[in-house]
Design a protein around this ligand. Structure first.
Ligand SMILES: Cc1cc2nc3c(=O)[nH]c(=O)nc-3n(C[C@H](O)[C@H](O)[C@H](O)COP(=O)(O)OP(=O)(O)OC[C@H]3O[C@@H](n4cnc5c(N)ncnc54)[C@H](O)[C@@H]3O)c2cc1C
Length: 492
């Protein structure tokens, strides 16, 4: 890192100087009106914005190829890691190192996104996912033994020691490796504006931090700033007026800063429209991150405040979360009996809730259960009776709404309810337009030289829903691609 002199230049002299120098650049007049010239500037090869999974993958890759890297984070050191620090820690990888496994991996992702996700990125995930998880292992990250994730034909690798527990230490060990390779972290430092030269290339950014306004000059900037799940205005404007009022499962700081900065620099956005651009899950409002009953949900009967079913529970937790937007008071309960409570399939949810201290409501009868969860007993009993009677093999096609799979009778001796559940935004799918090498694009497809973007805030990888572990693998693979490309540009 090189520290530039305090310039003391006014805007006019700065423009003249940078015109001659070419790379040392200025910001556009519109942006210049927002922030004053910096007191201090630093020169790096690669500036990475964000310390989540994407940022650490980009920074370590760039630093290990010899680039001088700085990682900026608007949060404090204590809360570094953004939403990645709160994540379940599952990474979706092809089930083995073979062309057939890679092909079915891509097919499953395409199918999950109804053919409207970014399949060019799925090819990159498929080609690199296993290698990149191994790269994490080489850099000190440990995983539980990989396992299948039915109904998909892929595997899930969960960071040790297990679901919702492994990400903080993963991010910490990546930080140690980045620093070992010469990279630097700057906390409480918010990137505010990208800087561009006269050719339209990005040549750094202007940030505000403990030292005031600071410029970080570099031929490559990687935006790894995550999504906009906590930007209520963006949620309401782009997706659905209801969405602006939803609970946020992750950090309130996921405000889409990277999307806004990139847009100011001319980048296009993709995949922003409608509820299709959101991942919504119905979770326990007392524990919005880990209080997600995803494992048991498909086997249960989901009822609203009136004791009525409203969704095919076997469609999974995102379809369930979105369906709750239209339920009275946006509150629901998952009902099940002893057989389901004792099944292996339910244990990731029941074990996780126990670890978190979230009580599951139990009763000896449906009458008692209805009273405990405050829904009309007659309605609940009628719903369960109709449900049990309609089960035919593994499904209940005659019900309204029907159940396509995993239908199990709700029977005693004990009855259970997970409640109250409320919908919250987990992640957002829309983002900065990029190509498969993580270069940011204008809306007409032109490359913005020097600007790279990856992770949740780039590429619109998913549409409507995603396969669990799909986002972290996107962050890892595309973050690493961005770091590699950014370092290569700096060298060239
Ligand atoms: C509760 C929960 C559980 C999840 N579980 C899983 C899972 O098991 N598997 C899976 O695949 N996905 C999961 N996801 C989704 C996944 O965690 C995220 O999509 C992913 O972690 C995003 O990583 P990222 O690096 O793109 O962004 P983030 O991890 O959000 O990191 C972005 C960072 O950039 C910083 N930043 C933003 N703007 C600025 C700025 N202007 N200046 C400086 N810094 C800035 C932020 O503070 C943040 O630290 C989960 C999400 C949540 C909320």
């Amino acid at each position: 890192m090189t520290k530039s002199d305090k310039t003391g230049m006014n805007r006019r002299t700065m423009l003249a100087a940078t015109g001659a120098a070419g790379l040392a650049a200025t910001i556009t007049p519109v942006q210049a009106a927002l922030l004053p010239d910096p007191d201090v500037a630093f020169d790096f090869d690669v500036v990475v914005v964000g310390t989540g999974m994407t940022g650490v993958a980009a920074a370590l890759e760039a630093a290990q190829t010899g680039a001088r890297v700085v990682v900026l984070e608007k949060l404090s050191e204590k809360t570094m890691g953004g939403n990645s620090a709160l994540a379940g820690g599952g990474f979706a990888v092809p089930s083995e190192d073979s062309d057939a496994a890679r092909q079915s991996y891509v097919e499953d992702f395409i199918k999950k996104g109804k053919g409207r996700g970014n399949s060019a990125l799925y090819d990159v995930f498929a080609a690199n996912a296993r290698r990149d998880v191994d790269w994490l292992r080489e850099n000190g990250v440990t995983f539980l033994p990989e396992g299948p994730l039915p109904p998909y034909r892929l595997n899930i690798a969960v960071a040790e020691p297990g679901w919702y527990m492994g990400m903080p230490s993963l991010l910490k060990s990546m930080r140690a490796k980045i620093e070992e390779a010469g990279g630097e972290y700057r906390f409480d430092t918010k990137a505010r504006q990208l800087k561009m030269d006269k050719t339209g290339a990005v040549v750094g950014l202007r940030a505000v931090g403990p030292d005031g306004v600071v410029d970080f000059n570099a031929p490559s900037v990687v935006l790894a700033t995550g999504g906009y799940a906590a930007n209520r205005q963006m949620l309401a404007d782009y997706s659905d007026p209801e969405a602006g009022g939803l609970m946020v499962r992750g950090r309130e700081t996921a405000t889409g800063d990277g999307l806004l900065m990139a847009q100011e620099a001319g980048a296009g956005l993709a995949g922003m429209g409608g509820l299709m651009a959101l991942h919504i899950a119905a979770v326990d409002p007392r524990e919005t991150a880990a209080g997600n009953p995803w494992a048991v949900l498909p086997y249960t009967v989901a009822v609203n405040r009136h004791g009525k079913r409203y969704v095919d529970e076997s469609l999974g937790y995102v379809a369930h979360g979105k369906s709750m937007l239209r339920q009275p008071g946006q509150r629901a309960a998952l009902i099940f009996g002893s057989g389901i409570a004792e099944s292996d399939a339910a244990q990731p949810t029941l074990g996780g809730f126990k670890r978190l201290g979230i009580a599951i409501t139990e009763a000896d009868s449906l009458d008692e259960l209805a009273a405990a969860i405050d829904v009309p007993a007659d309605a609940l009993k009628a719903t369960v009776e109709e449900y049990n009677a309609a089960i035919d093999g593994d499904a209940a096609p005659g019900l309204v709404p029907p159940k396509a799979a995993l239908a199990r009778r709700i029977e005693g001796p004990r009855f259970f309810a997970i409640q109250p559940l409320a919908p919250g935004v987990t992640l957002t799918f829309g983002g900065i337009m990029i190509d498969p090498t993580a270069r940011a694009l204008e809306a007409d497809g032109r490359v913005i030289p020097g600007l790279f973007a990856a992770g949740e805030g780039a590429g619109a990888p998913f549409f409507d829903d995603y396969i669990g572990g799909g986002s972290l693998i996107n962050c890892l693979v595309m973050g690493r691609v961005a770091g590699n490309q950014a370092a290569a540009r700096a060298k060239s």
